[in-house]
Design a binder for this molecule. Structure first.
Ligand SMILES: [Mg+2]
Length: 342
C-alpha cells in the first residue's frame, strides 16, 4: 500500500469561537491510501486541545508509510489492528488512515460503508449547526444565516450564557443544544439545566472539565434537568464504559477514537448500556464528514456541520443542507477529491 499525504489550509466562512479560543483557517491533512489500483480518502485536522498539528499528523503517517509498503490489505479492521500501536501517540493520524481504508475497501468491493455494516439510509437524524461564541448581537446575526436549520448547537462558557440562550430562543424555533466545552462548575451546570429546560434546550454537552472529580460528574448526572452528553470525557473505546452512570450519552468523533473501526464498536457498547449516541466533528472538509456520516443511521443525534462552516474545501462528498444529511453517493464513504484544491 502507498500513502499520499496532502497538507491543506481551509479558510472558514466566519471566525469560529469556543470557550478555549478561536480559529479562522483550519489546517488539515488529507490521506490518500493506494492499493492495487484502488484508492481511498481520509482526513485529520489540527487540534490544539488534543495536541495535534498538521506537522505531527504528517510525521506520524510518514513513519508508518514504510511499514505499509509491504502490507497486504484485506479489511479496514485488520489494517486498524496493524496500525493502532504504531500510531498510538496520534489517533488523529490513525483516524485519517482508517477512514481511507474504509473508503478504499468500499470502492474496491462496490459497497458503501454503511451498507457493508448492514445499515440502510432510513430515519437518519438531522444534523445541528453550530453558533460559536460572540457578542449576543453577533450570535443573533449568525443565527439568521442558519435559517431553515431545525437544530442549532450553541457554544457556551461565557459570563452571559443564560442571556445568550434567552436571546436565541426569542429569535428561533429551532431545537437548541448547548456545548460548554468543559467551562462550567457543578453549581452552574445544575442551575443552567433548569433555566435551559424552561427554554426548550434538548441537552448539555460536556459541562465539566474532563478531570472534574467523579463525585462532581455523578452529582451533575443525577441532578441535571437535562441530559448530559460526554464529548471531551469520551475519547476512546475504553471511555464508553467509564461514562456509564456519569453521562446520559456520548459524542463520538472519529479523530478522538481513531476512526470508523472503533467508532462502530463504541456505538455497539453505548447501545448495550442504553447511552444516547451522537457523532460530532471538527471543522473539517467533506472527506471526514463523509466518513462520519456512515454512522448516521445508528445515531440519536448528529453534529456534522464541519464542512458547512468552511468557505472552501478540497472534496465532494456527503452534503449537509439545512441539517438534512444527503445519502452518500457512490461507494466507500462517497467522497472524491477536487484535485485542483489539494
Ligand atoms: Mg463538544
Amino acid at each position: 500500500m502507498k500513502l499520499e499525504l496532502h497538507r491543506i489550509e481551509m479558510p472558514l466562512r466566519n471566525v469560529f469561537r469556543i470557550s478555549r479560543g478561536e480559529i479562522s483557517v483550519q489546517e488539515a491533512v488529507i490521506v490518500e491510501l493506494h492499493d492495487n489500483g484502488d484508492s481511498g480518502l481520509g482526513e485529520a485536522t489540527r487540534s490544539s486541545y488534543y495536541g495535534h498539528t498538521a506537522d505531527s499528523i504528517v510525521s506520524s503517517l510518514e513513519q508508518l508509510a514504510e511499514d505499509l509498503r509491504e502490507y497486504e490489505f484485506t479489511t479496514p479492521e485488520s489494517l486498524w489492528e496493524f496500525a493502532k500501536d504504531r500510531l498510538s501517540q496520534n489517533y488523529f493520524a490513525l483516524s485519517a488512515l482508517d477512514q481511507a481504508a474504509h473508503d478504499l475497501y468500499g470502492k474496491r468491493h462496490r459497497t458503501s460503508v454503511f451498507e457493508r455494516k448492514g445499515l440502510s439510509w432510513k430515519n437518519v437524524p438531522h444534523s445541528s449547526i453550530t453558533v460559536s461564541i460572540a457578542s449576543i448581537p453577533e450570535m443573533l446575526e449568525e443565527l439568521q444565516g442558519f435559517a431553515g436549520w431545525p437544530i442549532i448547537k450553541v457554544k457556551l462558557g461565557t459570563d452571559d450564557d443564560l442571556a445568550i440562550i434567552q436571546a436565541l430562543r426569542r429569535n428561533s424555533d429551532a431545537i437548541i443544544r448547548v456545548d460548554a466545552n468543559c467551562a462550567w462548575t457543578v453549581e452552574e451546570t445544575i442551575r443552567n439545566s433548569y433555566e435551559f429546560a424552561k427554554l426548550g434546550v434538548e441537552f448539555i454537552e460536556q459541562p465539566l472539565p474532563v478531570h472534574a472529580p467523579i463525585a462532581a460528574k455523578r452529582t451533575v448526572f443525577e441532578e441535571s434537568a437535562l441530559p448530559i452528553i460526554a464529548d471531551e470525557s469520551c475519547q476512546r473505546e475504553e471511555d464508553v464504559r467509564q461514562c456509564d452512570g456519569l453521562f446520559h450519552g456520548i459524542n463520538i468523533k472519529l479523530c478522538k477514537c481513531g476512526g470508523l473501526t472503533p467508532a462502530f464498536r463504541m456505538l455497539d457498547e453505548a447501545h448495550s448500556r442504553r447511552l444516547k449516541t451522537m457523532v460530532g466533528c471538527m471543522i473539517e472538509s467533506e472527506v471526514a464528514i463523509s466518513a462520519a456520516a456512515q454512522l448516521a443511521p445508528r445515531l440519536d443525534y448528529v453534529d456534522l456541520d464541519g464542512a458547512v462552516l468552511l468557505a472552501r474545501q478540497p472534496a465532494q462528498g456527503v452534503k449537509v443542507h439545512r441539517g438534512s444529511i444527503a445519502r452518500p453517493v457512490g461507494f466507500g464513504c462517497g467522497v472524491h477529491l477536487d484535485s485542483s484544491l489539494v
